[in-house]
Design a binder for this molecule. Structure first.
Ligand code: DX5
Ligand code: ZN
Length: 220
């Protein structure tokens, strides 16, 4: 069985109808829902916070893959654990204490993810790779959906996969930004197995059929 996971990004959904959008995502058979949290400081955009995630939790049993684009994300670990987040992924660029923050996420009972921006090298991840369940390599600069995929980021996916295999770690590798049926296979070939897609999926009328185009592109 394939280890691939599709993570539709709810950032591209209808914010006035999260409950029905979650049902729509669930019906596609996607493994995760990707939930983007933005604070207007780490990134220019503002989305929503832990209280909204807690409300979503009442409407869905999907794996909540929460991507925090916020300054000092360690401040929100307990709030996201209580909200029902399954995975909490935080940026190395957003905290002085990435190691401690990831430990805190694990201690709170969530899976811990670490993420780097397109301008950040893999070296920044190395000291925490033994701690994490997921590494997210951004394939756009974070803040907005609908941006063009940056192919140069895939080299970092390959580097991280090599380090993982050499060291015997077993975290997932996720890509986020500009993923569609044209770019997903290159992400997979580089070593990614969790694929976030926002605008590509939600621009279609039939979300399930659109998710299927990603699986077809992966030969899944
Ligand atoms: C961007 C977010 C992404 C976004 C991806 O900062 O982290 O998760 O929803 O959107 P697309 O797939 O449209 O690039
Ligand atoms: Zn994201």
């Amino acid at each position: 069985m394939s280890n691939n996971k599709i993570a539709p990004s709810i950032l591209a959904a209808d914010y006035a109808n999260f409950a029905s959008e979650l049902k729509r995502i669930e019906a596609t058979g996607a493994e995760y829902v990707h939930i983007d949290i933005m604070d207007g400081q780490f990134v220019p955009n503002i989305s929503f916070g832990a209280d909204v995630v807690a409300s979503m939790r009442k409407h869905s049993k999907l794996v909540f893959d929460c991507h925090l684009m916020v300054v000092d994300p360690e401040r929100y670990v307990d709030a996201f654990a209580q909200a029902g987040a399954d995975i909490m992924t935080i940026h190395v660029e957003a905290t002085q204490h990435i190691h401690g923050a990831l430990q805190k996420i694990k201690a709170a009972g969530m899976k811990a993810g670490v993420v780097i921006n397109p301008g950040t090298p893999v070296q920044a991840l190395i000291p925490v790779l033994n701690l994490v369940d997921q590494v997210l390599i951004m394939t756009v600069n974070p803040g907005f959906g609908g941006q063009a995929f940056i192919p140069e980021c895939l080299e970092k996916v390959t580097q991280v996969a090599q380090i993982r295999d050499q060291k015997g770690y077993n975290f997932d590798i996720e890509v986020d930004g500009g993923v569609d049926n044209q770019t997903i296979k290159a992400c997979y070939d580089a070593g990614a197995n969790v694929f976030v897609a926002g605008s590509y999926l939600f621009k279609a009328q039939d979300l399930t059929a659109q998710v299927e185009t990603l699986r077809v592109a992966l030969n899944d």
